[in-house]
Design a protein around this ligand. Structure first.
Ligand code: FAD
Length: 314
């Protein structure tokens, strides 16, 4: 039996997020999948072209409306729900965007959401982490029910290029509701790469001791072209802003390189980084649990080691 899968594109108006390419990789593991990407935007042309070029995508639907100039879940959800009829699955990334949007779509379609899909066992059976990643549960959607799911992007490699999907304009037949308006967005970190998608991340912990000391991490991060993250202890102490928190109650990330600086390696922190390719730890305590998961460990005082690394990089 073939399965028509609709993926809601995450983008910033001009660039398709890598999270969407990861949703495509997940959708492609559903047996006999036929993948469509829906792009809601004020002007969808650039993003639709990128979506159409992803390997495995058969169709791209554009839903253009001035209200979609900024991604508003309240505006997008009813339009996607109205389009969902012919699809057996509706997927989105398990990012801030997807976590905001997909439950609304599930509610409108009167179905339960499958969250954080990390593996597809069949068209209706999925694996997902529970208890902060300490256990994996297999969940099954009742036969015949539409599957609305968020994809744990850290579990998938992005789908590659090579697709030549048809791009069509779609009319869902419903206007997006105007009761929710975009007012403003404020982002921290300026030109630094986005923590959730960066290839390199450098995180600081309680050991930094102050917001001023965190500056040494920002300097090194800028030299490395890395994003900056933080442990919850560092965030709670006010050394780093909330949105930098990595871990169970922060961001789940999967960079190529993760450098943990003055972080002990509590299980709730490790949950956020267990899919990182290479983990480097700098800690003055050789018994710190972070060294159990680190590929490279440096035992010593971060206030000596970090400036030395910075100097070596030049
Ligand atoms: C429900 C729940 C959810 C949580 N969610 C998260 C989460 O999302 N993310 C998260 O990070 N935590 C989370 N936590 C908190 C977690 O349990 C830890 O308390 C926290 O991760 C510790 O942060 P830390 O490693 O910075 O601090 P610490 O555990 O205090 O570690 C500091 C480390 O720095 C080292 N150090 C000290 N001075 C130096 C120096 N000069 N040079 C080098 N190393 C030095 C020490 O040896 C130590 O290992 C959660 C906890 C709970 C209960």
């Amino acid at each position: 039996m073939s399965h028509n899968i609709l993926i809601v594109a995450e983008h910033d108006g001009s660039t398709l997020s890598v999270a969407t390419a990861k949703c495509v990789a997940c959708a492609a593991t559903v047996p006999d999948a036929h993948i469509t990407i829906a792009v809601c935007a004020a002007d969808a042309s650039a993003v639709a072209a990128q979506a159409a070029a992803l390997a495995g995508v058969e169709r791209v639907l554009t839903l253009e409306h001035p209200l979609h100039a900024h991604p508003l879940a309240a505006a997008i959800a009813p339009q996607i729900a109205a389009l969902a009829g012919p699809y057996s699955h509706v997927f989105g990334p398990s990012s801030t965007f997807g976590k905001d949007l997909m439950p609304r779509i599930a509610a409108l379609l009167d179905t339960a959401q499958v969250s954080d899909i990390m593996a597809v066992e069949s068209a209706t059976r999925f694996r997902r982490p529970i208890y902060a990643g300490n256990a994996i549960i297999t969940v099954e959607v009742l036969e015949g029910a539409k599957v609305v799911g968020t994809v744990r992007t850290a579990s998938y490699q992005a789908a590659g290029a090579g697709g030549r999907a048809a791009i069509e304009s779609a009319d869902p037949g419903v206007e997006p509701p105007a009761h929710t308006r975009f007012v403003s967005v404020s982002t921290a970190g300026g030109d630094r790469p986005d923590l959730q998608t960066a290839a390199k991340v450098l995180s600081g912990g309680r050991a930094l001791g102050s917001a001023e000391s965190f500056q040494i991490l920002y300097r090194l991060a800028d030299k490395l072209g890395a994003a900056v993250g933080a442990s919850r202890a560092a965030v709670d102490a006010g050394y780093a802003p909330n949105e930098l928190q990595v871990g169970q109650t922060g961001k789940i990330i999967a960079p190529e390189l993760y450098i943990a600086i003055g972080i002990s390696g509590a299980i709730q922190h490790l949950t956020g980084i267990k899919d990182a390719r290479t983990i480097v730890a700098i800690n003055k305590d050789p018994e710190a649990p972070i060294f159990e998961v680190a590929d490279i460990g440096l035992v010593g005082d971060l206030f000596e080691i970090v400036p030395q690394i910075e100097q070596l990089i030049g």
